[in-house]
Design a protein around this ligand. Structure first.
Ligand code: GAL
Length: 762
């Protein structure tokens, strides 16, 4: 419906204006003169309307009947389920001139809006003041997402669009190309005066020290000055046992002098003292303003692996007869390790130096296979069940995928580097073995003669790449869409399904992620179940017609409740939600919402809550350490293991640090994910800010995850009987890999804010 003129709903407007003025009055009276909160909060008061009409940009547009929307949650969760396309957001706010009083510079105003998924144009009182990304209607192939760019629009104080001491209207034209839409990160959104501090970017990173140096780690605080003059001030670093503790355990102070348009790095050394919180505050000299950050120290719980070999392959493995077989014995221990096996039916041979077993099995059946690993410190053996039949992927796939680190900038070189790093870091010894290329490998057009899909210049030779990976025991994954275009606007498989499946098989592909994306333009506007199933069934049939075992990963964000029929169309895993990102809201929102799906996970068929967001991520060449705190990262890995989720590392493995390694190389945690029976955990108890999930394991023991969803550390008591665990007594702390005692009736312990205790009871 087009907007009505102003006089349409005058009462509502008057009321809204009174509210705005009341808030403004309070603000002028108390807060701003004190130098506090001299900005306008943009985290509430928004309205939205799906569709697209230029009149929505105008200040005079009546939006009284628009739906209220929170910028802290995507629009799918607020009345627009599975909606991709255009939505307008509008916000009325008062802009007090004394906003400028607290600024040393007093020359411009900035609007902070956080990331917007995917594209936005920003209008102030009808005047366009900026845009991020490109809308599809800007021309052929114009669409470009800018979903992870924090929006910051700046205007000089005398800009005509600014209505000082009056009401203003901010209107956002937003387009979402797929997955969650709109604003949803829990970040600052505000209007405020630009000040010297706005030109300073402060980032804090922990850096593990080399083993030869002192214990502990350095925190590197990096300052970047975008101003044309030097910026000075001081940095205070304080260590606390917990957030909210009054007296710091330690305080360090550093002078800061950042050259004009330059950088400065300050290293603060901290001894390794387990888990603490570190507070970093920069005080800028001219304005006296401060900015601060908290960092939880990256506490390592996983004990270091010993020199003796330990085999970590899951207890069961499925393969089909008559197709190429590839399997690697995954064993930690001091190099060199030599490998052997016993019990394989004819058709395969082992490379004793790499542990790679390859060939072709002809005989169907169940075989008890014994794997051996030996080195100078000893040997280990493990018997697993090999099932040669129709089913593969009997435990959730584990490996690496390029998307969460490189986004569309993935290349052959980066894929090889990831595989090399999996090996050299030792992670491959724990069973991480898929190397999956996500979107961005495809050439713009098909081969003119044959119609075959081809690679772009970043992937000069796919068969050579798969050969490189297979020789090291890795499997190779690829990505496409049933639509004409992928989500990244690369070429999809529409109308070339059988041909593409054969091309990939010829290249040596072992895994396909098949992403709905532009298929929404092919499917009916409101697809019924058959329409949802159709493209996935077509590709599964095409994959089956090749001579390879290809794991089939369905990516369509849970549409049509895919968990009910994903198995029927041959999916080995299916995404249950939109894309994950490295924030607590995103990760915990996805992870904790999986409870109702537990009955759909089983060997060969898994719910997929999306890839891991630990380590260095970026969805581009600009990588950053995961924004999850260390405790949140323990929650992430524990929850995914409890969910029997596919585990696909999404980080740059060449930058792996001790903390991230500790998260990904805990064999007892991984064993929960890879359990033979493949059950998904169930939520058994829930309090206002905690959840207890339980997963039955194949040896009769139970894994219990006690999650603290609040920010504060807290003690949690569990009642074994209430959890249905009255017969269990011995409790093991899984992250620390040690028994912590016998608990007959209850267990009581501390759980860090946003953290977890992962237990196994016998
Ligand atoms: C999204 C998908 C992501 C990634 C991306 C590639 O739809 O959910 O995981 O594959 O497309 O363009």
């Amino acid at each position: 419906m087009p907007c009505l003129p102003w006089y349409g709903q005058i009462d509502g407007i008057l009321q809204a204006n009174l509210d705005i003025m009341r808030a403004f009055f309070l603000y002028c009276l108390f807060l701003c003169p004190l130098g506090l909160f001299c900005q306008v909060d943009f985290n509430k008061g928004w309205k939205m309307k799906p569709g697209d009409d230029p009149v929505y940009a105008k200040a005079a547009c009546i939006d009284q009947d628009w739906a209220a929307v929170s910028p802290l949650q995507n629009w799918e969760m607020q009345g627009l389920p599975q909606y991709d396309g255009y939505v307008w957001y509008r916000l009325h706010f008062y802009l007090p001139r004394n906003l400028l009083s607290s600024s040393y510079l007093k020359d411009s105003v900035r609007f902070l809006l956080g990331p917007i998924d995917d594209v936005d144009a920003c209008y102030l009182n009808g005047v366009k003041i900026g845009q991020n990304g490109h809308f599809p209607d800007e021309g052929k192939d114009a669409y470009r997402t800018a979903w992870d760019v924090p929006r910051r629009y700046v205007l000089p104080v005398n800009h005509l669009a600014l209505h000082w001491d009056a009401e203003n209207v901010l209107a956002l034209r937003v387009y979402d190309g797929g997955g969650p839409g709109g604003m949803f990160d829990n970040v600052e959104r505000s209007a405020g005066a630009v000040d010297v501090l706005d030109f300073v970017k402060m980032t804090v990173q922990h850096r593990a020290l080399q083993k030869t140096e002192k214990n502990g780690f350095n925190y590197a605080t990096q300052f970047e000055n975008q101003y044309q003059k030097p910026i000075a001030g001081s940095l205070t670093v304080q260590v606390f046992a917990f957030k909210g503790q009054k007296k710091p355990l330690k305080t360090l102070q550093f002078p800061v002098n950042i050259p004009a348009k330059g950088k400065q790095e300050i290293l603060a050394h901290l001894e390794s003292v387990g888990r603490n919180w570190v507070y970093f505050e920069f005080k800028e000299q001219l304005s006296g303003k401060t900015t601060h950050q908290w960092q939880e120290t990256p506490y390592v719980l996983t004990p270091k692996a010993g020199d003796r070999p330990e085999i970590h392959n899951p207890a069961v493995y499925g393969a089909r007869p008559g197709v190429p077989f590839l399997y690697k014995i995954a064993a930690s221990g001091k190099a060199p390790v030599s490998y052997a096996s016993k019990g394989f039916p004819p058709g395969v041979k082992i490379n004793a130096a790499t542990g790679v077993i390859s060939g072709t099995l002809q005989q169907r059946g169940m075989f008890n296979i014994t794997l051996f690993a030996t080195n100078s410190a000893g040997s280990d053996s493990k018997t697993i069940l090999l099932v040669v039949g129709d089913n593969i992927c009997l435990t959730p796939p584990m490996g690496w995928n390029s998307w969460n680190c490189w986004g569309l900038q993935v290349s052959d070189e980066k894929v090889r580097a990831a595989a090399d790093a999996l090996l050299s870091s030792g992670l491959a010894d724990y069973g991480w073995n898929y190397i999956n290329i996500d979107d961005g490998w495809e050439a713009p057009g098909r081969n003119a003669q044959t119609g075959a899909i081809e690679t772009n210049e970043k992937f000069p030779n796919m068969p050579a790449l798969s050969d490189y990976l297979h020789k090291k025991g890795f499997k190779m994954g690829i990505y496409s869409s049933p639509g004409p275009k992928t989500c990244g606007n690369f070429l999809g498989s529409y109308q070339h399904e059988a041909q593409d499946a054969q091309t990939w098989a010829d290249w040596g592909v072992d895994y396909l992620k098949y992403d709905w994306c532009s298929y929404s333009g092919i499917a009916p506007e409101k697809p019924d179940l058959e329409a949802y199933k159709h493209p996935y069934a077509v590709m599964r049939a095409a994959l089956n017609a090749t001579n390879r075992d290809i794991v089939y990963s369905m990516c369509q964000y849970g549409m049509g409740d895919v968990w009910h029929w994903g198995e029927e169309v041959g999916g080995n895993l299916w995404r249950t939600t939109g894309d994950i990102t490295d924030t607590w809201e995103s990760m915990s929102g996805i992870g904790f919402s999986q409870d109702s799906l537990h009955s759909f996970a089983r060997p060969g068929h898994w719910n997929d809550p999306d890839m891991l967001v630990v380590g260095h991520l970026g969805w581009s060449e600009q990588l950053h350490p995961s924004r999850l705190t260390p405790s949140e990262q323990y929650t992430h890995i524990s929850l995914w293991a409890m969910l029997s989720a596919p585990l696909l590392i999404g980080c740059d493995l060449t930058k792996i640090d001790d903390f991230t390694f500790n998260l990904l190389a805990n064999d007892e945690v991984l064993a929960i994910d890879q359990d033979h029976d493949g059950r998904q955990a169930e939520k058994k108890q829930q309090g206002p800010d905690y959840e207890i999930w339980v997963k039955a394991l194949s040896d009769g023991s139970q894994a219990i995850a006690i999650f603290n969803r609040s920010e504060q550390d807290r003690d949690i008591t569990t009642d074994w009987a209430a959890l249905g665990l009255a017969n269990y007594k011995t409790v093991r702390d899984v992250w620390q890999q040690k028994d912590i005692g016998k608990f007959g009736k209850t267990w009581h312990g501390a759980v860090y804010g946003h953290g977890v205790r992962l237990l196994r009871v016998y």
